[in-house]
Write a protein that binds this ligand. Sequence first.
Ligand SMILES: [Zn+2]
Ligand SMILES: [Zn+2]
Length: 260
Amino acid sequence: MLQKMIDGHTHLENGDLTKEYVHQFIDAAIQKGIDHLHILDHTHRFYEFRELYDEVCNFDYRQKQWVDKKQKNSIYEYYDLIEEIKKEKLPIKVSFGLEVCFSPYHISFLKNKLNEFPYDFLVGAIHSIDGAIYDLHDLSKEIIWSKVPVDTIYKRYYQLLIEAIDSKLFTQIAHPDVIKMYEIYPSYDLTSTYEKIGQHAFQSHVALEDNTGASYRYHHPEIGLNPKFREILINQNVKIIPCSDAHYPEDIGKNFERII
Ligand SMILES: [Zn+2]
Ligand SMILES: [Zn+2]
């Protein structure tokens, strides 16, 4: 069984950047028996990360509309919030980071930007494949899943994931096998891919998430990682972090009891 006292990935996405909202997360974590909470939000929330989304915005105007809608704050508001909270004496350990949409075209931008603040942790995530977002339901089905061969999507997704691991920008990699979310699978066996990811993560000292988000948001039958993937990572001594990917306080620790 995994150690389940940490929730390694919870989002402020649906609330304001206020101390009160952070405290709702802390209270919910205590209720769930979590004693270490990782709080973050997506880079797409913050104006200063806009250029990371150039490829996504240029790929399809509806994706640009989506990015426009997501941009709500300056990163400096987030820095201020973190500094305020860190002055308090908190009942559990709370760490602050970012979920960064990794793009191989913006590595030097990210290096500079992420060095600007002493984050406790940084999560790298693949949310788009060369400009195409793969998880926006009907839109993604139209622009990628119905156009690009599934094997190609999987191969490119995992190639980007390895680039994110090797970039040394991150301490943690988000939902490593979430590309399975729609239960559309490649024709080839993924075992060697899982092994390769584990090797890179181990060498780079990067933790991989056992993220339950797809199980309750996309109703994927697997709770967190594919069981074979998890087993390989355990055997390779890769650090695994249980994560709910909560977008609301009530989802903290969600489905952790079902991770096996
Ligand atoms: Zn994510
Ligand atoms: Zn997330």
